[in-house]
Design a binder for this molecule. Sequence first.
Ligand code: SAH
Ligand code: SF4
Length: 354
Amino acid sequence: MRVNDILEMIINGGVPTKKELSELIETFRRGGDIAAEIYERARGVAEALRDEHYGRRVFLRGLIEFTSYCKNNCYYCGLRRDNKNAERYRLTEEQILECCDYGASLGFNTFVLQGGEDGHFTDEKLVSIVSKIKAAHPKAAVTLSVGERSYDSYKALRAAGADRFLLRHESATDEHYAKLHPESLTLENRKRCLYDLKSLGYQVGAGFMVGSPYQTSENLAADLLFLRELQPQMVGIGPFIPHRDTPFRDYTAGGLELVLFMLALTRILLPKVLLPATTALGTIANDGRERGVLAGANVVMPNLSPIDVRKKYLLYNDKLCSGDETAEHIKELAERFSKINCVLDMSRGDSKNI
Ligand code: SAH
Ligand code: SF4
C-alpha cells in the first residue's frame, strides 16, 4: 500500500499492521514533500477529532514534583540513582498539602503527584497523603506518577482515593526497552503495572519518549499499537532530551516534527484519549505546546511545586520551570492558547476513553 493509503485506512478506523505503521513513520522521518503532505493530513484529522470529543478546551493539571530521590537507574533520566550531581529533595506531607491548597486557590481541580521511585514514600505515607488531599479537596482528582509498585500497593492507593496514574510504558519493544534501562527494569513488569492499574479502576496514562537513543520507526509503530491494545485514558508523549549527567548525554534530542506526528497519530488511533502537550515539548520549541495542541493534544500540566525545588527536579537539561510553565502564569498561558482559538479548562477533565 502507498503511505497515503495507509494513513487513510487508519483515519477510517482501520488498525494497521506494524509493518504498515512503521512504513508510514519511516516515510515521514525521511522528510520531503510527502512527509509534509501526510503530516498536514494527519494533523488536520487529529485536530478535528479532538474538537469532536473535547471541543477546543485545554485541560489544566497542577503538577507537584514531590521527590527527586530515585532508586532506579534509567539511562536517560537526570534523577537516576547514580547521578551524584542531582540535587535531592523530598517534600513533607504538609508541604504537599499546601501545594494542593495553593493550587485549589488558583482554580486547579487535578493534582498530579510525580516523583522518582523513593523508598521513603511507603504505602502508608502515600495513603495518608492521598486521603488528606481528597478530604481537603473532595471534588478534585488525584493523579499519581510514582513508578512501579505492587498490585497491593496500587490497590491501597486507589482505596485511599487516587483517581489516576501516569506510568509511561517507555518502549513497547523488549530489545529497545533493554537499551534504555538496566536489567533490573523490564517491559514485562512495566506492562504488568499498567494492566494492574487498569484493573483497579484507575484512569491510566501510558506513553513514551520520541527520539530516545536507538529508537527505530518500527519501535514507534510498536508503541502506538501497544497503546491501541492497552486503551489507556491518557497518553504522555514528549521528546527525549539529553541530560548531561547520564549515559545518554551525547545523544541528540527528539525532533519537534516527529513528536507532533506521533501526537496526531495517537489522536487518530485513540480518538478519545487525553493527550498532554508536555513540558518537554515546550522545552525544545518556544511554541511547542501550542503546536502540540494543534496536532490534537488537549492537556497542559503547569508546575505547582514550591519555587525553591523546581530547578532540582531535572529530568533533562534546560527543563522549563519558570515563566508560562508555572501555575502562577495561567493568564499568560490562556493568552497563548487563545491565539490558536483554544480555552483553558480547569475542571477535573475526566477522560472520555472509558
Ligand atoms: N519515576 C516515575 C515518574 C517520573 S519520570 C516514572 O519513571 O514513571 C517521568 C517521565 O519523565 C518518564 O516516564 C520519562 O518518560 C520522562 N523522562 C525522563 N527522562 C527524560 C529525558 N531525558 N527526556 C525526556 N523525558 C524524560
Ligand atoms: Fe527514576 Fe522515573 Fe527517572 Fe527512571 S525515569 S530514573 S524511575 S525518576
